[in-house]
Design a protein around this ligand. Structure first.
Ligand SMILES: *[C@@H]1O[C@H](CO)[C@@H](O)[C@H](O)[C@H]1NC(C)=O
Ligand SMILES: *[C@@H]1O[C@H](CO)[C@@H](O)[C@H](O)[C@H]1NC(C)=O
Length: 301
């Protein structure tokens, strides 16, 4: 229809030379509006940055601010696979190579030669002892020393004498650690009530005991003897508390090695390991909180 007329109207809206208006406003009006928004957004940004700064001031570099709802520590183990399964054939090196390699890599962090520095490491005795207090997190003591943990504490599971970690002889080792939590002091059980009868003999001062047994009734009697190598057969208290990445960069978690010395062959066995302590709990949702389950099968055919 009258497209020329429409075009004229639109052009006049963009720049109306009669009134000196750009997009319907005069230059002065535009300046005011732009000025207003610059100040408005400036203030908004100021409030935003100010709030974040104020919040950061209340945070400590060292101590987690909200630790009232920290979950009890998880247990992790090596080797670990997606299906929590360790399954291999005694006659085929290839089937257990991934496990022994994982163990070898893991244990390298505990090599003796990297624990030499007297400024960074100290000896904390090889028998269970009380918590090693290295001052408050907030005190200005700086970097804390770490307790040494030598591989040979794990005996035949250290990988030093037996590079196959027992797998070749059908006596596989599994290495367990308690996940680190800053400023957490695991408390050993104070009573025997919450602990299964079979595990009660493991209760002793200054150790978080760990106990493994068959998960299913039908596996009873097929697991054979499980040996526990480490300090006090569990997690000794002198390695706690942990002061965090910044203050405790060399920290080594105490390890515990399980060695299954007489597993029934050619059967899938389910084993559950649990740690016990007054502030250690279990969760329906998190299968690694304070416990773990592993499927073991050694084939010989
Ligand atoms: C738990 O039981 C074991 C053996 O039955 C006993 O040696 C130990 O003293 C008991 N511990 C506590 C805290 O009652
Ligand atoms: C290994 O377990 C079997 C039963 O599964 C048992 O007969 C045998 O005595 C055990 N061997 C050792 C050394 O404990």
């Amino acid at each position: 229809m009258s497209s020329t007329k429409d075009d004229g109207g639109w052009k006049r809206f963009v720049w109306d030379s009669d009134k000196g208006e750009l997009l319907g406003r005069t230059g002065g009006s535009w300046l005011k509006i732009i000025g207003f928004y610059i100040i408005f957004y400036g203030c908004l940004a100021g409030v935003f940055v100010g709030t974040i700064q104020a919040l950061l001031l209340t945070l400590s570099n060292y101590k987690p601010t909200w630790q009232d709802r920290v979950a009890p520590p998880g247990l992790s183990h090596t080797p670990r696979s997606d299906k929590s399964e360790v399954s291999f054939n005694l006659n085929d090196v290839e089937t257990y190579l991934p496990y022994t390699k994982a163990l070898k890599d893991f244990m390298a962090k505990y090599n003796e030669d990297i624990q030499k520095d007297q400024m960074k490491f100290e000896d904390c005795t090889d028998s269970p002892a009380d918590y090693k207090n290295r001052g408050d997190l907030e005190s200005d003591q700086g970097i804390r020393k770490a307790c040494r943990f030598y591989r040979n504490l794990l005996g035949p599971c250290s990988g030093l004498d037996d590079p196959d970690f027992g797998f070749k002889e059908g006596k596989p080792c599994i290495i367990v650690k308690l996940n680190r939590i800053v400023n957490f002091r695991p408390k050993p059980p104070t009573s025997n009530e919450s602990i299964p009868d079979e595990a009660q003999h493991k209760v002793q001062p200054n150790v978080i005991p760990i106990y493994c047994t068959n998960k299913r009734e039908e596996d009873a009697g097929k697991i054979g003897e499980i040996k526990y190598h480490g300090i006090g057969g569990g997690f000794p208290l002198q390695y706690y508390p942990y002061y965090g990445k910044l203050l405790h960069p060399q920290y080594l978690q105490p390890l515990l090695a399980l060695q299954f010395t007489n597993l029934t062959l050619n059967t899938e066995l389910r084993i559950e390991c649990k740690v016990f302590g007054d502030n250690i709990g279990y969760s329906e949702k998190d299968r690694y909180q304070g416990r773990f389950e592993i499927k073991l099968s050694i084939n010989s055919l």
